[in-house]
Structure formats: structure tokens, C-alpha cells
Design a protein around this ligand. Structure first.
Ligand code: A2R
Length: 315
């Protein structure tokens, strides 16, 4: 008997791994049609969904799959899956935490350093021959000794804080509850944290509870010398307010891996030399993407064999 799995928008490496491993497991892989649903003769047999973190798994899709047992999300963030609806239908939702902590933390640090030291602008300066024709470029900002603030101190936030420890003058963080064993200073109010730090790094989940959390007020508190780094979800930052603050000089700079309407970045950010922009690649290394795909497949395998999931999303 075949075990039918719907595959939605997986990145190439994960898609290839699933394709290679499916026959040995007796899995038949299906893709959604243009309406986002599998063919009607297949829908009733689908027991698993393997979905990219950028894929929407909503109530309409879940309800179209009456035999569904598991939605395995290939990401740590599962904000585009209707977890409450899945649970109400008895469907398990899993994600891929921890295996990407190091890569996301590395990119957060890279973006912070690259933004402060204006790395892309310096690189462009050499390539354009301006070093030879105009002499040394304008000075950048020192990264060592600055005050760094983290919005979020979970698995990835801690990995970022640990990387910052040898570099930072001070590290503080804002979460809704202080983290009991964290050596860093908790700031109960996000605007206060932004006012106290030079660099604010965003690493909270997306979704309704964090949408627009980095507001115009937070950006104003960060100020004209402040730098914003976002490796979480674009919607956590009020992007219009960010563009306005950057282009008017009310914010010093930004390093962004995520955007409100991916894959589109606002033209004003593309045109600004105060920004460093990357195309949502924080976890996009061969090693981490292999680990994420393996964990997604392990979750599918466990639940479809009647065992508990390896990494379910928390309650
Ligand atoms: O607020 P708490 O105590 O639940 O702390 C969590 C924090 N957080 C928030 N902080 C302030 N205001 C909020 N509304 C809020 N909601 C959540 O974010 C916790 O410190 C952190 C999340 O940590 P983890 O669940 O361990 O997530 P992880 O693995 O660090 O990944 C964070 C996000 C993913 O969901 C993706 O969207 C992105 O990074 O790649």
C-alpha cells in the first residue's frame, strides 16, 4: 500500500533528498495543482504534508486532506501553518529547530559587522576603481565594544549572544519573560532596549503576536547611529517605517535577510548604501539544509509509523 505525501515548495536540496529516500520508505510524492490542492482522486489518500517554511498550509488545505496525520515544516518558523486548525483535526505539526541555530547566528553576526563596516560598499568601491581614482573611502563604524540588543533569546538568540560575547561592550535582550539562566540583562520594554543599544538584532518568531513589533517608535529609539538587524521574519518589522527612517537618516543602517513581501525588497532599500541585504539565506548552507531535510523526513517517518514526532511544534 502506498503512503501518499504532498510536497509543497521545498527548496531543491530537501526536495531531492525526499525524492531519493521516498521509494525505500514506500512513499509516493505528490505536488499541489494550480489551485494549491492535490488532484481530487489523490487528496483523500494524503497522510503527510512536507512543506517549505514559505508555504502556506491553511485550513482550506488541511480540510481538503481528510486522512492527514502530519504536516512536517522544513523550517524552524511555522507561522504560515494553521497549527490550531491542524490540532483541532488531530494532525501533528513538526518543524526543524536547533539544526539551523549556528547558521542563522553566523548570518546575524555577518550582517551586523557588514553593516557597521559598510562591507558591500567597500567591496563595490574597489571593484569600481574608485580606490585608485578617489583615494580612501569614508570611514565606517567600529563593531567591537558596542552595545548589542537582542529581540528574542530562544535557541537562535542565545547562539547570537554567545557569538557576540567576545565582541560586545554589553549585551541586553527583550523577551516577554526573562530567561532564568541567561547571563545577559533583560529589558522588559522593547522601546527602552532600542534606546539603550547601538545594534538591535531581531530573532523572534513571525505571526500575529510579533507582527510590527519593531515599530516606528522602536526605530526612533534606536536612532540615527543605530543599526537594525533582522534574521527572523520580515513582518516583525514595520517595513514602511524602516524605509522612512533609513532614507531620512533617522536610522543609521540595517542588515536584512528577511522582508515583508519576499522575494521583493523595497527599491528604497536596494538604492540605500546604509543597508546590507541578503535573500533569506540564514539557514541556506549545504550542511544545515541537509540536516533540516533529514529532520523533516525523520518526523514524517515517525508519525506515519505511529511513533511520536521527533520535533513537534510546542503547545
Ligand atoms: O517572549 P518569550 O519569553 O516567549 O521569548 C521568546 C521570544 N518571543 C518574543 N519576545 C518578545 N515579544 C514577543 N511577542 C515574543 N514572542 C516570542 O522569541 C523567545 O526568546 C524567542 C523565540 O525563541 P525560540 O522559540 O527558541 O525560537 P528560535 O529557534 O530561536 O527561532 C526564532 C525564529 C523562528 O521562529 C524563525 O521565524 C526565525 O527565528 O528563523
Amino acid at each position: 500500500m502506498s503512503i501518499d505525501i504532498l510536497v509543497i515548495g521545498l527548496p531543491a536540496l530537501a526536495d531531492d533528498m525526499l525524492n531519493r529516500q521516498a521509494p525505500d520508505r514506500g512513499w509516493t510524492l505528490h505536488r499541489p495543482g494550480p489551485d494549491g490542492l492535490p488532484a481530487p482522486e489523490v487528496a483523500g489518500r494524503i497522510v503527510g504534508v512536507a512543506a517549505s517554511g514559505a508555504a502556506t498550509v491553511d485550513a482550506r488545505l488541511i480540510d481538503a486532506l481528510p486522512a492527514l496525520k502530519i504536516i512536517a515544516v522544513h523550517a524552524v518558523g511555522y507561522d504560515l501553518t494553521d497549527v490550531a486548525h491542524a490540532r483541532s483535526r488531530g494532525v501533528v505539526v513538526t518543524h526543524t529547530p536547533d539544526v539551523l541555530n549556528d547558521d542563522v547566528a553566523d548570518l546575524a553576526l555577518l550582517l551586523a559587522l557588514a553593516t557597521l563596516r559598510r562591507l558591500p560598499a567597500m567591496d563595490a568601491y574597489v571593484r569600481a576603481g574608485r580606490w585608485a581614482s578617489e583615494g580612501p573611502p569614508p570611514l565606517s563604524r567600529r563593531a567591537s565594544g558596542l552595545k548589542y540588543g537582542l529581540l528574542g533569546l530562544g535557541r537562535i538568540g542565545r547562539a547570537i549572544a554567545e557569538r557576540l560575547t567576545p565582541l560586545a561592550g554589553e549585551i541586553a535582550y527583550h523577551t516577554r519573560r526573562p530567561v532564568a539562566d541567561a547571563p545577559w540583562r533583560h529589558v522588559p520594554n522593547l522601546v527602552d532596549l532600542a534606546a539603550q543599544v547601538d545594534v538591535l538584532i531581531v530573532i523572534v518568531p513571525g505571526g500575529a503576536s510579533t507582527r510590527g513589533l519593531v515599530s516606528a517608535e522602536v526605530l526612533a529609539a534606536l536612532g540615527p547611529n543605530g543599526v537594525l538587524i533582522n534574521v527572523a521574519r520580515g513582518e516583525v518589522v514595520d517595513q514602511d517605517a524602516l524605509v522612512a527612517a533609513l532614507t531620512s537618516g533617522r536610522l543609521g543602517g540595517a542588515g536584512l535577510d528577511v522582508f515583508a513581501d519576499e522575494p521583493n525588497a523595497p527599491q528604497a532599500l536596494i538604492d540605500s548604501d546604509r543597508c546590507v541585504l541578503t535573500p533569506h539565506v540564514a539557514s541556506a548552507t549545504v550542511e544545515t539544509r541537509q540536516a533540516m531535510a533529514a529532520l523533516m523526513i525523520a518526523n514524517l517517518e515517525a508519525v506515519l509509523a505511529g511513533r511520536p514526532p521527533v520535533s513537534p511544534v510546542p503547545d
